[in-house]
Design a binder for this molecule. Structure first.
Ligand code: 13P
Length: 283
């Protein structure tokens, strides 16, 4: 069933677990994520990444998700990831997204507050939740077009940001980064603790791929209630794709066979991340 982020993250914060969010860019990914999450009874965020949206046809995914979600019993948050344009956010709310992320991380503090506030006002009549980012989570975007340096979130800015914007969750920068890490990340757990103490709303960690499990567990213990995963999915599906491409002998293999293999590789990541999050059996 479709839920807002606010409902799902409230439970996670109270019970000190996290809900994993998975980026998906194809129908087979939607199904692969939802089937495995349902099997292990884990709540999930299905995230559509604005950077990979084709403006003319992107309505397709929310339409599919909306129509299948009621067949699943787990809480599903349909989330727009990294939106910077108000018209995209408005269109996504019209398409039934229950949660949107406004990414004002490249703006000044005051501009970020002003724009995020606008998004909160836009989302309110739809009953949708809003995630925002304070500080800047760098790394590679999905296109690997450029590498951006992190700017850590300042604890002194958190309370005012949350208060003035009215957001439901806050993405923080504590050493995490998007994409493949060039060297192992070192999350600043002491900083995260301070941010969590200053924040009235649940915290979110972007760039959840490639982070050692012990660091992820420490992050969840210290306030992370949602973490985003995309690179690990891409790597798992691509590795399986190469293995099966080598094994397949037919020149006209049945798609059901190899698509199921890709969904299994994806499902294994979903289950492993849900287990790491402490989300198994919560949905
Ligand atoms: P990774 O690709 O590093 O897992 O990050 C995903 C993400 O944060 C999407 O918002």
């Amino acid at each position: 069933m479709l839920c807002t982020a606010k409902e799902v993250l409230k439970d996670a914060r109270e019970k000190r677990y996290a809900v994993p969010g998975f980026n998906c860019v194809a129908d087979v990914m939607i199904r692969g994520i939802l089937d495995r999450a349902e099997q292990c009874r884990a709540p999930v965020f299905l995230m559509i990444y604005t950077g990979e949206i084709d403006e003319k046809t992107w309505w397709y995914y929310p339409t599919v998700i909306r129509s299948v979600a009621s067949r699943y019993t787990i809480p599903i948050v349909m989330h727009l990831d990294h939106a910077t344009e108000l018209n995209v956010i408005r269109a996504s709310l019209d398409h039934g997204f229950t949660s949107v992320m406004y990414d004002g991380s490249s703006l000044s503090f005051d501009e970020n507050v002003a724009m995020t506030r606008k998004v909160v006002e836009l989302a309110a009549p739809y009953g949708a939740s809003v995630e925002a980012e304070l500080g800047l989570v760098g790394g590679f975007d999905a296109m690997e077009s450029e590498h951006v340096a992190n700017i850590l979130t300042q604890p002194g800015e958190v309370e005012a940001f949350v208060e003035r914007t009215g957001i439901d969750s806050l993405a923080v920068s504590v050493g995490n980064a998007h994409g493949t890490y060039q060297q192992l990340p070192q999350l600043d757990i002491a900083l995260l603790k301070e941010l969590n103490a200053a924040s009235k709303v649940p915290l979110v960690l972007h760039g959840g791929s490639g982070t050692p499990d012990d660091q992820m567990r420490a992050a969840i213990e210290n306030g992370i209630c949602k973490f985003n995963v995309y690179t690990d999915i891409r790597v798992a599906m691509w590795s399986r794709f190469k293995e099966i491409a080598d094994e397949i002998r037919r020149s006209d293999p049945l798609p059901s066979g190899y698509i199921a293999q890709l969904q299994e590789a994806l499902g294994n990541i979903v289950e492993a991340k849900a287990a790491l999050a402490g989300a198994l059996g919560r949905g």
